[in-house]
Design a protein around this ligand. Structure first.
Ligand code: SAJ
Length: 437
């Protein structure tokens, strides 16, 4: 199948890079978003999100005339839906004492509905949004059937999840393997034709529900593995063992690859996607469910470590370094660092936060510092919550001059303890066994 024009619906972290990559490969792309501010920002040649290389990619796509942004779709050869699938606000499911979060599919539904007036025979529709199993077949197919056209017979329909890592999106979009699940083999083939335009990695064809499950399995696998690393950090403290040393030794085993403990799991993927399985089958998912609970509770474990290091939190001034959900990104959504700051404050500490990727972030209940020096100057302790490269490079001799704090709590294995010790600092790392209770 040939594609001269495509519509990408949803211009966020995935839709925008996808749209600009198609445009830079010669396809005429209309990017669609319901947010007028995003559309005018893009049409001015600016972008609304931080992702390395994205500004240049979008600017050059616009300058070639191949990329335009609008609030409504138009007729096209293919439609790609890349809108968010967050949780429903304040609504939960219940199953035998288990309370689970529910996916909010409203954006996917309205994106599918927005295509209806423009859908033609022979088109291809691809859902990219992470979705509960069977969404393509049970939710999208009936919506698109309202056009009078049947998926798999009159037009192609496929599910193809994005699997790129924030911070490396533009490279991974091209290089990663891509799975395309069609509602029919011909739909998968049409999807393959579309993504072959720029994907250099392997393209694997399968059915739509398998592709949905692949995506959820990948992120759930990671969540469960981070949960065990976090649980090990708690066990290590109980037994007076340094979890970081223990993990590095265990990982010498050829079949063991334990991930890193940290302040918890953030972002809009790994902390979200496992719930889609729990919602779809609570009776089959005790491991997935409990892993979510372990990771969600990890900010409390961090606060216990800080409390242990300082004796008490009441009236203590704490500098919190890093609010992003992971290293070297500016994305503060669903960040465990945020949660740690809130709990510290609840326990009586005064916290000043420094986030180099968004120094002036406006976060409810959090006081931001516009400079590192200002955050640490009068602090009693410094807590590092994200392993930003710039934090790993901090020089203890310089920091020793800039702060009166001599207690450091490292939640991400950011600092070499000995180097800091030499400048009078005491370093606590979560799970280092020093906080043995
Ligand atoms: N984290 C740990 N310990 C670790 C690794 C990560 O605590 O050893 C934490 C991070 O600090 C962060 C969270 O987990 O808070 C998630 O970070 P991540 O880098 O593991 O993943 P994401 O959410 O940025 O991106 C994931 C990726 N999925 C997998 O690696 C299986 C990416 O490929 C997906 O495209 C993305 O989710 C998505 O959009 O679903």
């Amino acid at each position: 199948m040939k594609f001269q024009k495509i519509c990408v619906i949803g211009l966020g972290y995935i839709g925008l890079p996808t749209a600009s990559t198609f445009a830079s490969h010669g396809v005429n792309v209309l990017g669609v978003d319901i947010n007028q501010h995003i559309i005018s920002t893009l049409n001015k040649g600016e972008i609304h999100i931080h992702e390395p290389g994205l500004r240049d990619a979008v600017t050059s796509a616009i300058s070639t005339g191949n990329f335009k942004a609008a609030t409504q779709p138009e007729e096209a050869d293919a439609f790609i839906i890349a809108v968010p699938t967050p949780f429903q606000d304040g609504k939960f499911g219940e199953y035998k004492g288990i309370t689970y979060k529910l996916a909010d599919m409203r954006a996917v539904v309205s994106a599918a509905e927005s295509i209806l007036p423009f859908l033609k025979k022979g088109n291809l529709v691809v859902l990219e949004s992470t979705s509960p199993p069977r969404t393509t077949v049970d939710l999208i197919t009936p919506i698109l059937a309202r056009s009078g056209l049947v998926a798999g017979r009159d037009f192609h329909l496929a599910y193809s999840p994005e699997r790129v890592l924030p911070g490396q999106i533009l490279r991974e979009l091209i290089e990663n393997a891509r799975v395309i699940g069609g509602v029919t083999p011909a739909s998968a083939e049409a999807g393959k034709d579309l993504y072959s335009i720029f994907v250099k990695g392997q393209i694997i064809k399968t059915d739509a529900t398998t592709a949905e499950m692949v995506k959820l399995m990948e992120n759930t696998y990671r969540d469960v593995n981070i949960a065990i690393a976090n649980e090990f950090s708690r066990l290590a403290d109980k037994f007076g063992v340094d979890v970081w040393e223990a993990i590095s030794i265990a990982n010498l085993h050829p079949r063991v690859k334990i991930l890193s403990p940290g302040p918890g799991v953030g972002g809009h993927c790994i902390s979200v996607d496992p719930w889609f399985f729990v919602e779809a089958a609570p009776e089959l998912t005790p491991l997935i469910y409990h892993s979510r609970l372990v990771n969600d509770a990890q900010p409390h474990f961090v606060v216990e470590t800080v409390k242990h290091a300082l004796g008490s939190l009441s009236g203590k001034r704490i500098a919190a370094l890093g609010l992003a959900y992971k290293p070297d990104v500016d994305d503060l959504r669903e960040s465990p660092a945020n949660e740690v700051v809130h709990i510290l404050q609840k326990e009586g500490a005064e916290v000043l936060a420094w986030e180099p990727f968004k120094p002036d972030a406006n976060l409810e209940g959090i006081t931001m510092s516009l400079a590192l020096e200002n955050a640490i100057k009068d602090a009693d302790a410094i807590v590092v919550l994200v392993k930003h490269t710039e934090f790993t490079k901090l020089d203890p001799s310089v920091i020793a001059q800039q702060t009166k704090a001599r207690t450091l709590i490292d939640t991400v294995n950011c600092w070499e303890s000995e180097a800091w010790k030499a400048h009078g600092f005491t370093v606590y790392r979560i799970g280092d066994g020093k906080t043995k209770s």
